[in-house]
Design a protein around this ligand. Structure first.
Ligand code: SF4
Length: 398
């Protein structure tokens, strides 16, 4: 059973009341006196960009839970790829996204026993895992606390949507996130891509007690983060909650106008609405992510389906840097005059993926290292992912 509630993210009191209603309608009661919340916070951007769960949604939920139940501790945790690697990156993420301020406010003004942690550096438990190396480490918080999953409603370039199931990738250590994208070789040395299967299996391994999808503002197009000209913000002012994560994701797909069959990691299930829920309607289908098949000027982008968030973020940050810097845009024009065609590759790439009529070759990230060696004149930018400043420098001055 799920419920859809109206949420106006302008006032903390209003959000708290909306969350009380959601908890009431679902009859939710935490099974433990300590709560672990895992919001989707993937880029250092303010809430207006609709990339991260709005901190006010997370705060309203915490206050609603605190008032209704006897909670000893709240922990907010995220492992957000590039931003979790180093403490200074994590600091920039929580500052810009508004999470740091929200946590301070709840602690000081409402005396909430609350902490905000980088899951890359938390205690871990080992689980049996379906794929090599058959073990997976996940935060111990999943066992010691009642776990609440807070996804953001977004379309996604690789997975079609990113909702509850996909948000759980933020529970993984960085090295394992990458493994999800890279797949594995079996005993016969045959390569298996299994990103969607890994996300599905993680959903079998770990189930939140409650999933609440923040669709106050949602993102459509080539998410999961802003891409100038390729993503758009949609104001829905709703949240979708339920105790079954898969059912919540199914409901979200219906609201987004995206058939569940197009989301490889998501099984199709029936959705039932709690009494008092808003209707499950799709007012206007979300714009779906598009694979760029036509060249952009002389630039042919080849983003493989295995490109993980690390390189996607690097690329997005580079595009933003160029889009907002007139000097770099001028340099780019000069570069474009030099070449008839440039082929740019990110994500695991094989020789068969390189077109015969390719132009100057530029490879991004360690995943493309092997194939780049086959082309002595190619440029390869190493790193996993490369730093966006280094990539920009090389991209502009090719
Ligand atoms: S090189 Fe890029 S795409 Fe490949 S695993 Fe590293 S970050 Fe992900």
């Amino acid at each position: 059973m799920i419920t859809i509630i109206q949420v106006d993210p302008e006032s903390l009191d209003d959000v708290k009341q909306a969350m009380e209603k959601l908890i009431e309608q679902l009859g939710y009661k935490p099974s433990k006196p300590r709560i672990f919340l895992k919001p989707n916070v993937v880029d250092a951007l303010p809430p207006s960009h609709a990339v991260d769960v709005d901190p006010i949604v997370c705060a309203g939920l915490i206050l609603a839970l605190k008032d209704k139940f006897d909670i000893e501790e709240f922990v907010i945790g995220e492992n957000s790829g590039y931003f979790s690697e180093k403490p200074e990156n994590f600091q920039s993420l929580i500052e810009t996204s508004g999470y740091e301020k929200m946590v301070e406010n709840l602690k000081e003004k409402y005396s909430v026993p609350l902490s905000l942690v980088n899951l890359e550096y938390e205690d871990l438990d080992e689980y049996k895992w379906k794929f090599p190396p058959y073990k997976l480490k996940l935060p111990s918080l999943l066992k010691t606390h009642s776990y609440i999953n807070l996804p953001k409603m977004k379309t996604h370039g690789t997975c079609m949507v990113t909702l509850g199931l996909k948000n759980q990738k933020g529970l993984l250590l960085l090295k394992n996130k990458k493994k999800f994208h890279l797949g594995f070789r079996d005993k016969n040395d045959v390569y298996h891509s299994n990103l969607h299967e890994c996300i599905f299996e993680l959903g079998n391994l770990v189930q939140p007690e409650l999933t609440i999808c923040d669709a106050t503002l949602a993102l459509e197009g080539n998410g999961p983060t802003t891409n100038p000209g390729l993503t758009w913000v949609k104001k829905l002012n709703i949240c979708i909650g339920g105790t079954d994560m898969v059912e919540v994701d199914n409901a979200c797909c219906q609201i987004m106008g995206i058939p569940v069959d197009l989301v490889e990691h998501l099984p199709k299930v029936n959705v039932s609405l709690a009494p008092g829920s808003l209707p499950l309607d799709c007012e206007e289908p979300f714009k779906r992510p598009v694979k760029r098949t036509k060249p952009y000027g002389n630039m042919y982008h080849h983003s493989s389906m295995w490109t993980c968030t690390g390189c996607q973020m690097t690329l997005t940050r580079m595009n933003r840097k160029i889009a907002f810097n007139p000097e770099l845009r001028e340099k780019l024009k000069e570069r474009n005059k030099k070449y008839e065609r440039i082929d740019f590759f990110i994500g695991r790439t094989e020789e068969k993926d390189i077109p015969d009529d390719h132009g100057v070759l530029l490879f991004c990230g360690n995943c493309t290292k092997e194939v780049s060696r086959l082309y002595p004149d190619a440029t390869h930018v190493s790193g996993c992912p490369p730093h966006y400043r280094e990539l920009t420098e090389i991209y502009i001055n090719l």
